[in-house]
Design a protein around this ligand. Structure first.
Ligand code: NAD
Length: 550
């Protein structure tokens, strides 16, 4: 197949072949062309769904990190387009809000099945747009399906109207309802385009909102394909608008029109999103950066900790907000851990194949490559030891960088406290539990932590001392991330609010209390004086306390 071959089927050809990934760090592997998998008609169809209402926002392109080839050329949404997208979404939301919850959830149930049926196509798209290895793209499909299933079945329990005790028992009937915010603005980054879009968009829609979604241009096709599948699953088309373009232009336009904002991205941008939301007095959830620590205690299973560390540090080439960038190992286990870890890291296969032969893929954009290079070179210049990796691999693809392990890292180095967001980890040893907890907490971030021990009680005791939104025990990040019924998010500068679980959908609703007074008013009854009424009320309150009524 050549670059301009058109596959008239689902857009991704079944017979496409890719070259095998490299072995170790030494062997190059390269796809012949991304267009052997991605057909022009699929790209054209999806690009045609960008929300454009006649304004001219220019054009914007995305290129595959795997080969450097052009993926798509989009019309950029101008601020007027974004406003028009909100108007269309707002009209559609009026009907959607009155559609029974069971029907809204049904769309999610069908979407779940489509995500699984179309998984191969989605894996190709995610790999082509992000450059990650297929097994890491698979994490996205699995997590997207799990979150969709969760909200399809659990939303009723989270948001159905609930009876609450009234001020005067029996006489006051109180219902707490959860009404949709209206039109939610959702801004997502490029690193997990499928998983992160699903975990915000799906609960927002099930809660009765419309969505205006701004994916990163780099990964907009994945967002557009996801939307197309949701429409196929029964979602009214206008309910989910996708706008594409420059973050600093399109992002603020989304915030200016939204009734609520769910933002995922860097802490710096998150801060400006929060300021803009505050100026409009609309709420926002912010899922931001991290500098996540892994604690390997003296009683840890070292073999398991080593393979957990490889998954934790190098999934999606470390471009994962909850990935591990700092490993602390008890000094009695340090040498053993490090030797085994280095052996595994050095054996990792880099590759760009659209198959399962690579252990790690590419970085996604030039900014990432520059930042990773800057962190490693700065650390080297200030005395850190490169124990493995530390090199760009242009022979494999334009943005490949080796999985890198650093030792002798000091606090004067950027890599010590700043988020690298790449395949770079620093390894330290520690002596006492209090020392390692203090070190793990010695960061402005508070997203994820990982504790390795055979003692569950000890793990729980340490977990409560860690200032992070998630603590994974004997796993790096996947246990908490995959447990979609539990909230996920950051403390400190890692964010505000949570995705997943009850909080992940309640954020897209307003609580509305309806209190209906029956038979008697909340005022003196039957000509009672204010004084007698007051005495009656005081006695009643005493009684309610005695009866332990909540
Ligand atoms: P980024 O903040 O540059 O961009 C994120 C999104 O915001 C993109 O869609 C971008 O176009 C948009 N944007 C850019 N400027 C904007 C503005 N002024 N107003 C509104 N939107 C704007 O982040 P990035 O570098 O693309 O993503 C990587 C960062 O995201 C890392 O710091 C990572 O830790 C974080 N992240 C966090 C989570 C989480 O759940 N906590 C998940 C994934 C990524």
């Amino acid at each position: 197949m050549t670059a301009d071959t058109i596959d008239p089927g689902n857009g991704i050809s079944e017979d496409a072949q890719s070259t095998p990934a490299g072995t170790g760090h030494g062997e190059a592997s390269r796809l012949e062309t991304i267009h052997t998998r991605l057909s022009a008609d699929l790209v054209e169809r999806l690009v045609g769904k960008v929300s454009i209402h006649g304004a001219v926002g220019g054009r914007t392109q995305s290129y595959s990190p795997l080969t450097g080839e052009l993926i798509a050329d989009y019309p950029a949404s101008a601020p007027q387009d974004v406003r028009a997208a909100f108007e269309t979404a707002r009209r559609a939301q009026q009907t959607w809000a009155t559609t029974p919850l069971s029907q809204r959830a049904k769309v999610a149930r069908r979407l779940h099945d489509l995500l699984l049926e179309r998984s191969e196509q989605l894996l190709d798209l995610v790999q082509i747009e992000t450059g990650k290895a297929r097994k890491h793209a698979l994490d996205e499909v699995l997590s997207a399906a799990a979150a969709t299933r969760h909200y399809a079945y659990a939303s009723r329990g989270y948001i159905r109207p609930k009876r609450r005790r009234g001020v005067l028992p029996v006489l006051t009937k109180v219902t707490e309802a959860r009404v949709p915010k209206g039109v939610v603005g959702i801004i997502t980054p490029w690193n997990y385009p499928l998983a992160l879009s699903v975990s915000d968009v799906i609960p927002a829609l099930i809660a009765g909102n419309a969505v205006v979604h701004k994916p990163d241009t780099q990964t907009a096709l994945t967002g557009l394909r996801l939307r197309e599948l949701a429409v196929q699953a029964g979602l009214p088309e206008d309910l989910w608008q996708v706008v594409v373009g420059d973050g600093p232009v399109v992002g603020p336009a989304v915030i200016d029109n939204a009734d609520y904002i769910a933002f995922t991205g860097s802490t710096a941008t998150g801060r400006s999103v929060a300021q803009a939301a505050a100026a409009r007095l609309v709420g926002c959830s912010l899922e931001l950066g991290g500098k996540n620590a892994m604690l390997v205690l003296d009683d840890a299973d070292i073999e398991k900790a080593v393979s957990g560390a490889v998954r934790g540090c190098f999934s999606s080439a470390g471009q994962l907000c909850i990935s591990i960038e700092r490993i602390y190992v008890h000094y009695t286990k340090y040498d053993d851990f490090l030797a085994r870890f280095l052996t595994e890291v050095r054996a990792m296969r880099l590759g760009s194949g659209l198959d399962y032969t690579a252990d790690m893929g590419s970085l996604t954009n030039t900014k990432q490559l520059e930042n990773v290079t800057l962190h490693v070179e700065d650390a080297k210049a200030k005395g850190a030891k490169v124990l493995s990796g530390g090199r760009r691999r242009a022979d494999i693809g334009p943005l490949f960088y080796e999985p890198t392990v650093l030792g002798d890292v000091k606090d004067i180095m950027r890599v010590h406290g700043d988020e690298t967001f790449g395949p770079v980890v620093s390894v330290y040893s520690f002596k006492s539990e209090s020392e390692v907890v203090a070190e793990a907490n010695n960061t402005k971030y508070g997203l994820n932590a990982s504790v390795w021990t055979r003692d569950n009680k000890r793990a729980r005791e340490i977990a409560v001392k860690l200032h992070t939104g998630t603590v994974n025990v004997n796993e790096a990040y996947a246990a908490a991330w995959g447990s979609v019924a539990a909230p996920m998010g950051g403390m400190r500068q890692s964010g505000l609010g949570r995705r997943h679980g009850a909080e992940g959908i309640l954020r897209f609703t307003e609580a509305q209390t309806t209190a209906q007074e029956r038979l008697l008013p909340i005022a003196p009854w039957f000509g009672m004086s204010d004084q007698r009424w007051g005495a009656l009320m005081l006695r009643s309150l005493k009684l309610l306390k005695t009866l332990r009524m909540k």
